[in-house]
Design a protein around this ligand. Structure first.
Ligand SMILES: N=c1c2ncn([C@@H]3O[C@H](COP(=O)(O)OP(=O)(O)OP(=O)(O)O)[C@@H](O)[C@H]3O)c2ncn1[C@@H]1O[C@H](COP(=O)(O)O)[C@@H](O)[C@H]1O
Length: 114
């Protein structure tokens, strides 16, 4: 999986300087952060609607959910790239969380806030 993300990251970096008329990613960068965030929000909404359909749906509904999730991940990667960040930082953060229960992490956070 990381190999695919690495490959996509390399393409996204190339597209930062590409012609917006010939590249969708370049067109997003050209239109700016607000447009990219609009797409992330749109894809998040489409993903959750697809998830509801997939809950009691057939294989086609499950495939639709996978496609929408891919759109969401893709646009999130464009967002990170636009801000000079990348998937490796997210993977490192997830790796750091291995073995830390979500309940324990939340309890520790709440204790710090007191
Ligand atoms: N993985 C993707 C990818 N996933 C989704 N999309 C595009 O994301 C868009 C989002 O879907 P929508 O239905 O919302 O599209 P839309 O109606 O055309 O968008 P708007 O006009 O509303 O902005 C579609 O145009 C998809 O083609 C992607 N476009 C590009 N990539 C990757 O990025 C690479 C570089 O792409 P270019 O920059 O276009 O060369 C490609 O080789 C792929 O590897």
């Amino acid at each position: 999986m990381s190999d695919t993300l690495d490959r996509l990251h390399a393409v996204l970096e190339q597209r930062r300087e590409a012609d917006p008329d010939s590249s969708y990613v370049a067109a997003l960068h050209h239109r700016g952060l607000n447009k990219i965030l609009e797409k992330v929000g749109e894809e998040a909404t489409e993903t959750l609607l697809a998830a509801k359909d997939a809950e009691h749906g057939d294989e086609a509904a499950q495939q639709a959910l996978i496609a929408e999730t891919a759109d969401l991940w893709f646009h999130s990667l464009v967002m990170l790239s636009h801000l000079g960040l990348d998937h490796r930082m997210v993977l490192d953060e997830l790796a750091r969380r291995f073995g830390v229960s979500g309940h324990d992490e939340k309890a520790a956070r709440e204790q710090q806030q007191q």
